[in-house]
Design a protein around this ligand. Structure first.
Ligand code: FEO
Length: 394
């Protein structure tokens, strides 16, 4: 039998998760670097497993556990979060460790019952509760809506270790287990993408969770996806605070689709006007980039321009898809602008403006709609519009 190896992250505490080298689509979010589902085994008087993996990696997780202990001896399974990427392996663990009790929140219990229809034994916990398992103490902090109602994190004070579940995660499959082994730049980019695509709507709840986290002495933050943080804490917390508070930078993002090139020409004229005023612009063409690869730019851009031609009395489907996605992510405190070309009607760009308004964004300039193909005067006017939009973010 082949045994996949665990990694001891702290004395007596092991990473025993699964590496998903092949996952490329995560409920609408493309994950070109794959992901991991991180489980942690604490070997103490009571053998405790924190979180599991997607169902198809349960054997990989069990293989790692078997190199340390017989999984039948697991006493507690802490379920920080019931989403199936972390709870998919619960049935297999409970089958093998038939005497184990599941430690979770009341919402966690409800979620597990609805997912698995099993009559397992539970220990229900809430913020402030502790579970002594020998020389280690499991302290629980509920973090509802970061990003499901059941979410909690588990803190082990003796190890100064925070098992943060989805918070601080990144979708990266790698042989490295620690952020410092891959480097801040690589992991920060993945963490920002993860935040933008998964956690963005829940800034208020994230800030509340950070208030608690900042009171804890921490030497390690071990999330349930990607690399483990044993350094860069001030940088990480600062970034999370910024993202959670919708603090943006003086920069612009132009997102567009085009049919015959007119809306694209308009996008580039706007870009020239904005860049001419000293503000950097990121261009995102919806036929080239997936919407989930665009939203990390939205995390920090103050000025967001969205362009579409009109088709069948509306916007192009790629633009509608982008707007539907970002409406759900609820970015706040942005300045928006809509533009596009049309043959007759011109509803596409106007509908874009309505969606931006519905999101509560400031719209300082009227929609610009150009019939068929922009001429030189139109493009000059768009450059001027770009300059005016920059004035709105001063
Ligand atoms: Fe990684 Fe909300 O699950």
């Amino acid at each position: 039998m082949i045994f996949l190896q665990p990694i001891e992250v702290k004395p007596g505490i092991y990473w025993v998760g699964g590496i998903d080298w092949n996952v490329r689509y995560f409920h609408g979010y493309v994950t070109p670097q794959g992901s991991t589902y991180n489980s942690y085994l604490i070997v103490d008087d009571k053998i405790t497993l924190v979180d599991t993996v997607k169902h198809y990696l349960a054997d990989e997780m069990l293989s790692r556990i078997r190199t340390i202990v017989n999984p039948e001896k697991i006493d507690y399974l802490v379920v920080n979060h019931v989403e199936l990427d972390h709870s998919g392996g619960v049935p297999k663990i409970m089958e093998v460790a038939s005497n184990a009790k599941i430690v979770t929140t009341p919402n966690g219990k409800k979620g597990l019952e609805m997912h698995f229809k099993q009559d397992w034994e539970y220990v229900l916990v809430k913020t402030g509760d502790e579970l002594k398992i020998g020389s280690h103490t499991m302290k629980f902090v509920q973090t509802p809506m970061v990003h499901w109602p059941d979410n909690m994190v588990t803190y082990i004070p003796e190890a100064k270790l925070l098992l943060s579940n989805d918070a601080f995660g990144q979708h990266i499959a790698s042989t490295e287990r620690f952020v410092d082994e891959l480097g801040w730049d690589v992991v920060h980019e993945a963490a920002a993408s993860y935040y933008a695509n998964i956690v963005f709507p829940y800034g208020d709840q994230v800030n509340k969770a950070l208030d608690v986290v900042e009171t804890l002495p921490i030497e390690m933050i071990a999330p349930s996806h990607g690399l483990i943080w044993r350094s860069f804490f001030p940088e990480l917390i600062k970034e999370y605070r910024k993202w959670a508070s919708n603090e943006t930078e003086r920069k612009a993002l132009i997102v567009y689709d085009t049919m015959y090139g007119s809306t694209k020409e308009m996008a580039y004229a706007l870009r020239e006007g904005i860049e001419d005023s000293g503000v950097p612009v990121t261009m995102k063409f919806l036929q080239a980039d997936h919407i989930s690869q665009i939203v990390p730019e939205l995390l920090t851009a103050k000025l967001v321009l969205v362009g579409t031609p009109t088709i069948n009395n509306g916007m192009l489907p790629n633009v509608a898809s982008f707007l539907t996605y970002i409406k759900g992510l609820r970015p706040k405190k942005r300045i928006g602008f809509a533009f596009g070309s049309y043959g007759w009607g011109g509803q596409g760009a106007r509908n874009v403006a309505s969606v931006l308004q519905e999101m509560g964004w400031e719209i300082p300039e009227e929609v610009v709609n150009i019939q068929y193909v922009p001429g030189k005067a139109d493009l000059d006017s768009l450059r001027e519009k770009g300059r005016k939009l920059v004035e709105a973010i001063k």
